[in-house]
Ligand binder design. Structure first.
Ligand SMILES: Nc1nc2c(ncn2[C@@H]2O[C@H](COP(=O)(O)OP(=O)(O)OP(=O)(O)O)[C@@H](O)[C@H]2O)c(=O)[nH]1
Length: 303
């Protein structure tokens, strides 16, 4: 497609401003769970949203604005690297708190740290908490403190104004091909997401011990009458020795992995999940085309 757009957007603001709520509104929980651990070189990707023919990639931004220790300063500098790479930055402030000391500090940092080409928009959030008259005054005060490209009045929680903001962001991004295939981010089947969650917990638990030749598949997904879901997954490893690593002493590794995965899936689905994990040795799984399609890969691409 010739007229696609793609770019990076950083949401910044004081703690509690509503960044996560806004992100979830724009991205949808399904996509953010898949992308929130993906790393780019400079910034962590929090989520990806599609708007018309544009792909908006949201990146993580600094949480600390007045770092005291050297280590904290170094971390903030790295995080600002992510914001500086962004095409657009959105500063989120709370309508009922206005131009606080913390917001002033962020504005100073914007002036110091961002390249001149970065566009910065203001989103006044939680407008459901104040009277309309107050908003005009706040918008004026904020725009005197910084030359924002545009000002949006939104309620991330209720969804007011979010669509306008998203459309504006999409139009601001540079023309170019998408960074991620659309189907990869939008249509990931639930069973694949569930397998990815378990794989992630295995990675966290096993670190470098993790057998490289390991894959997780959701074998069965049963919706139960009581509203819960029963999910059966198989962890395929290539060798007997790997099975022992994944099970752990008296099965404690796989038990902990199952518990962590079940908790995340329960929260994600918003209903109880019963998760059953089985570890199987399948020496040739790397050569089986079925394993690849379960991962959303094309077996032939591996030739
Ligand atoms: N009334 C109201 N509350 C909101 C709105 N948006 C977010 N909140 C609430 O504000 C609180 C903070 O929201 P988060 O999205 O967690 O804020 P955050 O900026 O991600 O916070 P940190 O993770 O601490 O940086 C939550 O209790 C939200 O429910 C809104 O539009 N209106």
């Amino acid at each position: 497609m010739a007229d696609t757009r793609a770019g990076f957007v950083a949401l910044i603001g004081e703690p509690n401003a509503g960044k996560s709520t806004l992100l979830n509104q724009m991205v949808g929980a399904k996509v953010s769970i898949v992308t929130h651990k993906v790393q780019t070189t400079r910034a962590r990707i929090r989520g990806i949203a599609m708007e018309g023919s544009a792909q908006i990639v949201f990146v993580d931004t600094p949480g600390l604005f007045r770092p005291r220790r050297r280590l904290d300063r170094a971390m903030v500098a790295a995080a600002w690297g992510g914001a500086a790479d962004a095409d657009v930055v959105v500063l989120l402030v709370e309508a009922h708190r206005g131009l606080t000391e913390g917001v002033r500090t962020i504005i100073e940092a914007l002036k110091d740290r961002l390249p001149a080409r970065t566009r910065v928009a203001l989103a006044i959030n939680k407008i459901d908490r104040v009277k309309a008259e107050e908003l005009l005054g706040l918008s004026k005060t904020m725009n005197e403190a910084y030359g924002f490209e545009k000002t949006f009045m939104i309620s991330a929680e209720k969804g007011y104004g979010v669509k306008d903001l998203k459309e504006w962001l999409a139009a601001e991004l540079p023309e170019g091909p998408w960074f991620y295939p659309e189907d990869q981010i939008a249509d990931l089947p639930m069973r694949m997401i569930a397998a990815e969650v378990t794989r992630e917990k295995l990675t966290l638990r096993l670190h470098e011990e993790l057998p490289y030749q390991l894959t997780v598949e959701t074998e069965r997904w049963e919706e139960r009458k009581d509203g819960s879901a029963r999910i059966d997954q198989i962890v395929y490893v290539a060798r007997d020795g790997h099975k022992g690593i994944v099970l752990g002493n008296r099965g404690e590794t796989i038990k902990a992995v199952g518990k962590a995965a079940r908790e995340e899936l329960t929260e994600f689905l918003g209903r109880p999940v019963h998760l059953f994990l089985t570890v199987k040795v399948r020496p040739n799984w790397l050569e089986e085309s079925e394993r690849y399609s379960e991962m959303g890969l094309d077996f032939r691409d591996g030739d």
